[in-house]
Design a protein around this ligand. Sequence first.
Ligand SMILES: Nc1ncnc2c1ncn2[C@@H]1O[C@H](COP(=O)(O)OP(=O)(O)OP(=O)(O)O)[C@@H](O)[C@H]1O
Ligand SMILES: [Mg+2]
Length: 431
Amino acid sequence: MTSSAVHSTEETAGRAPPASGEYIAPAPRVSVQAFCETAETAAAVKSAGEDRRLGKVHLTVKMGGLAAAIEAYGAMPTPNVILLESEAGINILAGLDQLATVCDPGTRVVVIGSEHDDAPYRELVRRGVNDYVVGPVDTLDVVRSICGLFSASEAVTTGRIIAVVGAKGGVGASTVAHNVAWMIARDLALDSVVIDLDLAFGTAGLDYNQDPLQGIANAVFQSDRPDTMLMERLLAKCTDRLSLLAAPATLERVYDFGAEAFDAIFDTLRMTTPCIVLDVPHQWLGWSKRVLMSADEILIVAEPDLANLRNAKNLLNVLKASRPNDRAPLYCLNQVGMHKRPEIDVAGFAKAIESPPLAVIPFDSRMFGTAANNGQMIAEISAGHRTTQIFRQIAEQLTGRGEFKKPRGSFLSPLIRKLRGNRAAERRRAS
Ligand SMILES: Nc1ncnc2c1ncn2[C@@H]1O[C@H](COP(=O)(O)OP(=O)(O)OP(=O)(O)O)[C@@H](O)[C@H]1O
Ligand SMILES: [Mg+2]
């Protein structure tokens, strides 16, 4: 392909994403108490507490800075993390010495200072300060600092979760998820796991030509918290770097889950797996909503029709609103150019959604049908094909890898030309 079918996420997101390629791993279930000096810092800390990455954190925000902290902890035990805003001009080192006398040894301390602080960083570290952030801070500074206390200190991988969901049923969301994950594993050499969350009807086992497996069902229905050993046992190896947590795809039982049913599975897997691709069925339930809300990246797959457009827009709106500190979800158009089907053109779709698609995948029943029947990926049956390149470029964009050349001219022009050409041909035939 040509650079015209996949677009850099910087253009796509519509607003500046967090620093490019930046990945902030979620914080574990810890307690954080903040003592702020200014209303602005208190507001930033409160809004950080609403970020998905601090979803498990129990956060309280008080005013009064270092002095209030010293007073408070004289009478009560210290939490896992204390966040202190220090006022310019106070003797922060003396204050920290005093705090040390009432602070439990395991407590981590973050200081939000100002550029006028004169205490050397070395001295702060000597007093047990784990992180020092120069104010004024914004929401993401606080999220980054708290999460960084844990991800840096534990020798574990903190895998990135990419959720793929269809704007409607049957649009090809699973097909896209499986092909993109396969590309991430092969071309980007990232160890990856695909989780088929469509327990009743999932097709990942068929698409990767794996024997029927219980995978995800065994993990989600067992009463103990799944550990790494169990997860390793449940994974089916598809390629060198790609494994599958397959759906049973049987109907002996129903699959009603609580909203947090998959949390422990994801937490365990991300300790050992750099990239986790979720094949999320087209449903809006407590658990599926939570899975999308808490993913690191979201890809919505849509076909170019009205219902898909409405649903994609609704999904984008609700996900953007609840993830204000994240890059906006991305979307791609699939099955574009189906013979004789009236379609919303790409430009019109992009205009209504208010951002261009990450990629436009052409309709090709022969190629996709052959791949599905053989249990193979598009790259395996059509290595040099344009669609293979599109999947690779989606993989690069979702993992924050790979350089993108800016398309020459408008990325829509070839498609518009094609669609208009088709319409002109139809008119000629009709007249
Ligand atoms: N670009 C394409 N061109 C032609 N056929 C396609 C294309 N993409 C997917 N398909 C086919 O569309 C069908 C549905 O795909 P898939 O199961 O991936 O959709 P889905 O959105 O996951 O559906 P469900 O809602 O059932 O989970 C499959 O037969 C697949 O091979
Ligand atoms: Mg599916």
